[in-house]
Design a binder for this molecule. Structure first.
Ligand code: PHE
Length: 330
């Protein structure tokens, strides 16, 4: 791990590499506000570990890493500060000499990667006109939708979403696309976001504090992590929780509490792997679009396998998924 005060931006930049057991580390560049920059450091460490699990469980030959650019609670993000911070991040990434590759994440997108590219070539998801495969949110959402249908088949006996109520907590770049998929499949979609301007999305709205507790068939955590806690579990009413947010559980024990209540939770590092799968296959292995998309859709089969074997063995989906990761890393 390296931590620097960016020479151009003055902002703390962290690159954390958790594992290179399967190959070079890969994971996005997060640009986010933190109460204290050390919270950003802790986030980078947790997120890099989640990337190890994500890439391993998805069968990718990549390790786990993450970059965090930590904005303060009151940092004013002008375009020039943003550019400076992205150049700083690229410079730090370049110092890893190809053992870590970055890409977009919460707070960044393909256009930002064009800026990062000025400091390092080790960056994915540039817009197509710059030679990349563009937004990873599109395949991430596709993988979440495949996971959601697999979860529905497991819990309700059918992947059919017509007539089901689905709550999407977080209408960011991935959450908004998941909402589109789910609405197109005929479900009633309720959304929430900490940004009240997202009410204009036109979907039914729920308060962000109440979103996960809303009576529904499926709840989709699609914002930042740390939302499923021991305190929240008794208040959940949906029998299926599946979404793209990284590190949804406040601790691993929450998975046991969810299972004890009969709630099926699809491990986040499995459901959210679509962006990594598509991007790494396309940009590193040169796999064609259709084939890469098929690999993203296959996340649904992984979800089915994990949920079925967890049920058969009397364990939780998290333990089952962790065992699969450990087997790959061994
Ligand atoms: N940041 C996204 C994730 O956490 C997508 C991504 C994966 C981007 C791997 C780059 C490399 O999965």
């Amino acid at each position: 791990m390296k931590v620097r005060r960016g020479p151009r931006s003055g902002l703390p930049v962290v690159v954390a590499i958790h594992s290179r057991a399967l190959g070079p580390a890969a994971g996005g560049i997060r640009l986010r506000r933190y109460p204290d920059w050390r919270d950003g450091l802790a986030d980078a460490l947790r997120l890099s570990e989640a990337m190890t699990a994500k890439n391993a469980a998805a069968g990718l030959d990549f390790g786990g890493g993450k970059t965090v650019i930590a904005l303060g609670p009151d940092t004013e993000v002008t375009p020039s500060l943003r550019e400076a911070a992205l150049l700083d991040a690229g410079e730090l990434i370049e110092s890893f000499e190809g053992t870590y590759f970055g890409g977009p994440d919460v707070g960044t997108g393909p256009d930002d990667m064009v800026v990062v590219r000025r400091s390092t070539s080790r960056v994915f998801c540039l817009p197509p006109e710059h030679g990349g495969t563009g937004s990873s949110s599109i395949p991430t959402a596709l993988g979440v939708f495949a996971s959601l249908r697999a979860g529905a088949r497991h819990v309700f006996g059918s992947a059919e979403l017509t007539g089901r109520t689905v709550v999407i907590s977080g209408l960011g770049s991935v959450g908004a696309l998941v909402a589109q998929h789910v609405a197109a499949a005929g479900a009633r979609v309720l959304v929430s976001d900490v940004d009240p301007a997202k009410r204009a999305s036109g979907y039914e709205w729920v308060d962000p504090e109440k979103a996960l507790r809303t009576p529904a068939d499926i709840v989709v955590p699609a914002a930042v992590g740390g939302v499923l806690s021991a305190e929240l579990v008794p208040e959940l009413s949906a029998p299926l929780v599946v979404g793209p947010a990284n590190n949804q559980l406040t601790s691993e024990a929450v998975a046991d509490e969810l299972a004890a209540r009969g709630i099926v939770w699809v491990p986040d590092f499995i459901a959210s792997a679509g962006g990594a799968v598509y991007t790494l296959l396309r940009e590193v292995e040169g796999v064609p679009h259709e084939e890469a998309n098929a690999r993203v859709e296959a996340i649904g089969a992984t979800v089915s396998a994990v949920l079925d074997s967890a049920r058969d063995k009397g364990t939780t989906p998290l333990r089952e998924a962790r065992a699969r990761v450990a087997a790959r890393l061994a």
